[in-house]
Design a protein around this ligand. Structure first.
Ligand code: ARG
Length: 461
C-alpha cells in the first residue's frame, strides 16, 4: 500500500509505479535525506510541535537507518517511490506510530529541494578540490618549461614563438575561472528550503532559522514557492561543469594533436594510452578523446536542465524529478574526467627538441623581422611588406629567415645589417615579449608565482 493510499480506491498500475519511481537514481542522496530529517525532527521537538521524547526516538531511528544502509544491512527497496518515501517507511517500520510524526510540517517537495542542495554542496566541493589539483599539476609542469620554445598558433598555423609554460598557464587561467564559478554557484545555493513545505509554508510554529543553521546554511530561502520550485542552482552548476569540461576538451584536443607523429611534442605514458586491436604500431590517446566526447554529454545534461525548467508553472511539478539524473551525470562524468586527466598530464613526456624544431620552421619570427625595421625607423606597414617579400623568397629557395643570406636582406633595404640574425633568433623573440601576460621567461615566471598564490588563496578561503 502506498503512503498516500487513503485517497485512492485501487492500487496504482505497476507500469505507472515503475515509471514514477526515482529510487534507482535518488537513493544516492540517502545520507542527505537522513541528515535533513534529523534536523527537521530536532526542530519539531525543540518547538514543541512533537514531544521531545518522540523527536529523540526519531533521531535515534534515523541514525540506525543510516548506519544500516552504510553497513549494507539495509538494502533499498526498488518498489519504494523514492528515497524520501523509503526512509520514512523504514522509520515507521522500526518505530511504529512515532515514525509517522516525522512528516509533520514538511513535504517531499521541500525535502527533495533540500537533499539536492546538500548533495551538490559536497559534490561541488569534491570537483573544486580536483580543479585545484589540476591547476597545481599544470604549474608543476610549467615550472620546468619556462625556457621551452614552441610555436604559438592561430588558425592552427604557426604564428609567433611562445614557451610551453606560457601555453600551459593559459589553461590554468581557465581553471581559475572555473573554480571561481563553482564557488560562486555553491555560495548562491547556500540557502535552506526546508519549511517551505508543499509550497505554501505551514500553520505550525516552525523555526526555519534553526533547521537552516543546523544544516549549515547561511539563511532560509525567503519565499516558500521559490524554495520548492527553484532549480537555478542545478543549472548554474551544470553550466560551470560544462565550461570546465569545455576547457578540458580543448586541452585534450591539443594533447591529441601534440602526440600525433605530425607534431610529436609529447608522448603519453604507456599507462595512459591504448593500443589498437589490429595495427601493432598504434598508441592512441583514448583518454583525451573520451574527455572530448564526454563534454558533449555534459553539455546535454545542461540542456536537459534548462529545457526541463523553461515551461514549468510554480511551484513543484514532477518534471523536476528529471533534474537529478542530469546533474548527477554531469558531476560523475566531470569527476571521472578530472581524475583521469590529472595523472595523464603529470606523467606525459614533453619533447622540447620537437617543439623547438617546429618553431624553427613556419617563419614565426616574421613579425620580429618587421619590428626590427620599425625600430630602425621604417613605418610598420612598409616593414611588413618587405618582410612578406623576404618570406616568399625563403619559400622559393627552401630557406628560413635565419638561413637567408644577408645580401638578400640588403637588396630590400640597407637598414638590414648583420644584427638582424640576432634580432630574429627565437630566443630573442621570446625574451623580448616581456609585456604583462607575455611569454618571456621572466614574465611567465611571474605569472606562475601569481598562479601559485591564487591556488593557495583558494585553498585557504
Ligand atoms: N522524487 C521526487 C522528485 O525527485 C520527490 C518529490 C515528489 N513530490 C511530489 N509532489 N510528488 O522530485
Amino acid at each position: 500500500m502506498a503512503l498516500w493510499a487513503g485517497r485512492f480506491s485501487k492500487e496504482v498500475d505497476a507500469t505507472v509505479n515503475a515509471f514514477n519511481s526515482s529510487i534507482a537514481f535518488d537513493a544516492r542522496m540517502y545520507a542527505q535525506d537522513i541528515r535533513g530529517s534529523i534536523a527537521h525532527a530536532t526542530m519539531l521537538g525543540k518547538c514543541g510541535i512533537i514531544e521531545e521524547s518522540e523527536s529523540k526516538a526519531i533521531i535515534e531511528g534515523l541514525r540506525g537507518i543510516l548506519a544500516d544502509i552504510q553497513s549494507g544491512a539495509l538494502e533499498f527497496d526498488p518498489n519504494a517511490e523514492d528515497i524520501h518515501m523509503f526512509v520514512e517507511a523504514e522509520l515507521t517500520k522500526r518505530l511504529g506510530s512515532t515514525g509517522k510524526r516525522l512528516h509533520t510540517a514538511r513535504s517531499r517537495n521541500d525535502q527533495v529541494a533540500l537533499d539536492i542542495r546538500l548533495y551538490l554542496r559536497d559534490a561541488v566541493a569534491e570537483i573544486r578540490k580536483l580543479v585545484l589539483e589540476l591547476m597545481e599539476t599544470i604549474c608543476d609542469l610549467a615550472e620546468k618549461h619556462t625556457e621551452t620554445i614552441m610555436p604559438g598558433y592561430t588558425h592552427l598555423q604557426r604564428a609567433q614563438p611562445i614557451t610551453f609554460a606560457h601555453h600551459l598557464l593559459a589553461y590554468a587561467q581557465m581553471l581559475r575561472r572555473d573554480y571561481a564559478r563553482l564557488t560562486d554557484a555553491a555560495d548562491r545555493m547556500n540557502e535552506c528550503p526546508i519549511g517551505s513545505c508543499a509550497l505554501a509554508g505551514t500553520t505550525y510554529l516552525i523555526d526555519r532559522e534553526m533547521t537552516s543553521s543546523l544544516l549549515g546554511f547561511r539563511q532560509p530561502v525567503a519565499n516558500s514557492l521559490d524554495g520548492v520550485s527553484d532549480r537555478d542552482f542545478c543549472v548554474e552548476i551544470g553550466c560551470a561543469l560544462s565550461l570546465l569540461m569545455t576547457h578540458l576538451s580543448r586541452f585534450s584536443e591539443e594533447i591529441i594533436l601534440w602526440c600525433s607523429w605530425e607534431f610529436k611534442f609529447i608522448e603519453l605514458d604507456d599507462a595512459y594510452a591504448t593500443g589498437s586491436s589490429i595495427m601493432p604500431q598504434k598508441k592512441n590517446p583514448d583518454v583525451t578523446e573520451l574527455i572530448r566526447g564526454k563534454t558533449g554529454r555534459v553539455n546535454g545534461d545542461l540542456m536537459t536542465l534548462l529545457t526541463m525548467l523553461k515551461g514549468l508553472p510554480l511551484a513543484y511539478n514532477k518534471d523536476m524529478q528529471e533534474d537529478k539524473e542530469a546533474i548527477f551525470d554531469a558531476l560523475d562524468n566531470t569527476e571521472l574526467c578530472l581524475k583521469t586527466f590529472i595523472p595523464m598530464l603529470a606523467t606525459m613526456r614533453v619533447i622540447p627538441e620537437n617543439m623547438r624544431a617546429a618553431a624553427a620552421k613556419g617563419f614565426i619570427n616574421a613579425t620580429d623581422c618587421a619590428d626590427y625595421l620599425v625600430k630602425k625607423g621604417m613605418p610598420f606597414r612598409d616593414a611588413y611588406k618587405i618582410t612578406g617579400t623576404l618570406v616568399a623568397r625563403c619559400i622559393e629557395q627552401g630557406l628560413t629567415l635565419e638561413t637567408l643570406p644577408l645580401e638578400q636582406y640588403r637588396e630590400m633595404t640597407e637598414l638590414f645589417t648583420e644584427d638582424v640574425f640576432e634580432a630574429i633568433s627565437l630566443e630573442t623573440c621570446v625574451r623580448g615579449r616581456g609585456s604583462y601576460g607575455g611569454p618571456a621567461p621572466e614574465a611567465v615566471r611571474q605569472q606562475l608565482a601569481d598562479m601559485r598564490s591564487i591556488i593557495r588563496g583558494f585553498e585557504n578561503a
